[in-house]
Design a protein around this ligand. Structure first.
Ligand code: HEM
Ligand code: HEM
Length: 545
């Protein structure tokens, strides 16, 4: 069954119309730019538009979907989103392993500009954060929203627009960096036209979410939806403010940010840390609060605590960005504000981590036997660990040691590998069999392999980076009896060699696990039961149980 065959005839007409509009947009960009990155991106949009016209056009006169479809959940976009999640995971993690290897073997860099560390590093960060994390968030949010609201998505076109549009943004961003284009803002390197495109996609996402929620058959809005909505709303706000820029011309990719000096730095890190908070945390807590109870068969330990910690996280996070700018030209009191809120943030963060772990009380035998649930348990533990570490690193004198060192990189990956990636894998292994009408994944034992590769890979990565970072920090601040530095910078770089090698090995293990997961999902989709009736929450309203 193709995606187009899930649409009605009138929806197919709208789909073709939007695809033609994409072709025209791409053509306009290519003509305006004539050459360079923007022209290539225009050509990419045109090719995508033509491909979509052919795909939808090919099914144009095909039979309409089941007349009863309004009484079924719409999961085709979720299935597509999960596939994109895994494709980006492999691209992004392979780039991560490669740049990790380059730090150990810098001489291995080929003499081609696009293979340089500087270009591939943002390819890694964008592919994993937005490609892997973003697609997982969008795909699961559609699934969770429908189940917890007992209603179908408000329409069938916008979910596709959101997913395809978002992936076009990621592809523009990543190919732009390879061609040397960047606006030099970390985690927001894509240029102005890609940023504008993302605003259109994101507003559509928010409107779709709200419209679906408004049609719900459940009086209560389940807490997972609060987290997903905070993620959508705040990311829109951050993205717009941080990316305010004036293009050099409408036919060129380059632009200048409207922010200047220390305000620019503060806006960038207000964005940067809230990208951690709302992209890498809030949405994933939504995922945790849905999939953990479902998989363990236990209600959330304290629903009230989940709401209290929601407001704590939303309120405290928004102030903490200045902890990235300790000992800079930023006024001292602003740094202190960021530090204080970062320490307070530990309370709601641990409330969420503790709530998740306490939910497993009475289900520990399942954690032992079920690798999928173990992914979620480990995610909650790493969420607790990385937030503790974050609050600690935000304390100014601690940051004096950690800043600029690999300790930060260790902290980042304890959060992203241990927390974000683990909860995504837990959700995927719960979702994919369900979407395929099966009891289990096609290769259940492969989940166990994936789990051990992921956990051992994460531990090797994170522990080697802690050692690397603390060694660097201590070497840089060591003085001899004459007051001269004890070590040259090059000596501190040489001391990193074993840790960088270990990180490459740990990363390669993690990547291997991800490839196994992708193959397992592919095998499960292929072995899907035909015309299955998913064992699901009923869509129509029911008397209370
Ligand atoms: C196979 C797994 C991975 C490997 C081998 C890997 C490797 C790396 C390397 C080598 C760097 C550059 C460090 C430096 O500049 O010194 C990096 C940075 C980064 N990675 Fe990964 N990574 C992996 C997975 C992930 C995932 C899954 C995420 C997010 C979901 C992620 C997010 C980041 C971020 C945010 C940075 C920038 C850190 C900073 O600026 O402090 N990584 N990674
Ligand atoms: C209570 C929660 C947290 C606090 C207070 C916190 C605090 C911090 C601090 C102080 C830094 C170092 C800033 C610097 O020296 O430049 C940092 C860096 C970072 N943290 Fe966290 N953290 C928290 C949770 C997390 C989580 C859960 C993740 C990932 C899922 C994460 C991802 C990152 C990233 C990506 C950076 C690197 C930014 C960069 O320099 O490029 N943090 N965090």
């Amino acid at each position: 069954m193709t995606a187009a065959s899930t649409l009605s005839h009138s929806e197919r007409r709208i789909g073709v119309g939007l695809s033609v509009a994409l072709v025209l947009l791409g053509l306009t960009m290519a003509i305006a730019a004539r050459q360079g990155v923007m022209a290539v991106h225009g050509a990419m949009a045109m090719i995508l538009g033509i491909f979509l016209v052919i795909r939808i056009g090919g099914a144009f006169y095909g039979s309409e979907p089941d007349a009863d479809r309004q009484h079924q959940y719409y999961d085709a976009p979720t299935r597509f989103g999960i596939s994109m999640t895994l494709i980006w995971a492999i691209i992004g993690m392979a780039a991560g392993v490669w740049v990790a290897a380059l730090l150990y073997w810098p001489e291995a860099t080929p003499a081609l500009p696009w293979t340089s560390f500087g270009r591939l590093r943002p390819v890694h960060t964008t592919s994993v954060i937005f490609g892997f994390g973003g697609n997982a968030l969008i795909a699961t949010s559609f699934y969770v929203l429908q189940r917890t609201s007992r209603t179908r998505l408000a329409d069938s076109i916008s979910p596709w627009f959101v997913l395809i549009g978002f992936n076009l943004f990621c592809a523009w961003a990543v190919t732009g960096y390879l061609m040397g284009s960047t606006q030099s803002k970390e985690y927001a390197e894509a240029e102005w036209y890609a940023d504008l495109w993302l605003v259109v996609v994101w507003v559509t996402y928010f409107i779709l979410y709200i419209r679906t929620l408004a049609r719900r058959h459940e009086p209560h809005i389940y807490v997972a939806n609060w987290y997903y909505m905070a993620f959508i709303l705040v990311v829109a706000m951050l993205h717009i403010v941080n990316n305010l820029a004036l293009p050099v011309s409408f036919g060129a990719a380059d632009s200048f940010t409207i922010w200047a000096g220390v305000q620019d730095a503060m806006i960038q890190w207000w964005y940067g840390h809230n990208a951690v908070a709302f992209f890498l945390t809030a949405g994933f807590l939504g995922m945790l609060y849905y999939f953990l109870p479902v998989r363990s068969g236990r209600p959330i330990w304290s629903y009230r605590l989940s709401i209290v910690s929601f407001w704590g996280i939303v309120f405290f996070y928004i102030w903490v960005g200045s902890h990235h700018l300790h000992y800079t030209a930023l006024p001292y009191w602003v740094q202190t504000l960021g530090m204080t809120f970062s320490v307070m943030l530990l309370v709601p963060s641990w409330a969420s981590a503790g709530n998740a772990i306490a939910t497993l009380n009475g289900a520990w035998h399942k954690v032992r036997d079920d690798a999928t649930l173990r992914f979620m348990f480990v995610a909650a533990v790493f969420y607790g660990l990385s937030t503790f570490e974050g609050s600690f690193l935000a304390i100014r004198p601690v940051n004096a040691l950690s800043h600029y060192t690999d300790w930060t990189v260790g902290h980042v990956h304890s959060g992203t590998l241990g927390w974000v990636a683990m909860i995504i894998f837990g959700a995927i292994y719960t979702l994919v069999p369900h979407l395929s009408g099966r009891e289990t994944m096609a290769w259940p034992r492969a989940i166990e392999w994936h789990f051990w590769l992921a956990i051992v890979g994460t531990l090797i990565y994170v522990i080697s980076m802690w050692n690397a970072g603390i060694t660097q920090g201590l070497m840089w601040r060591a003085y001899d009896e004459n007051g001269a530095l004890s070590y040259s910078f090059v000596e501190s770089v040489q001391a990193m060699a074993p840790y960088y090698l270990l990180r490459t090995i740990g990363g390669a293990m993690f990547l291997t696990g991800t490839v196994i997961c992708a193959l397992n999902c592919w095998a499960t989709y292929r072995a899907a039961a035909p015309l299955h009736q998913p064992r699901d929450h009923p869509l129509k309203p029911q008397p209370a149980e």
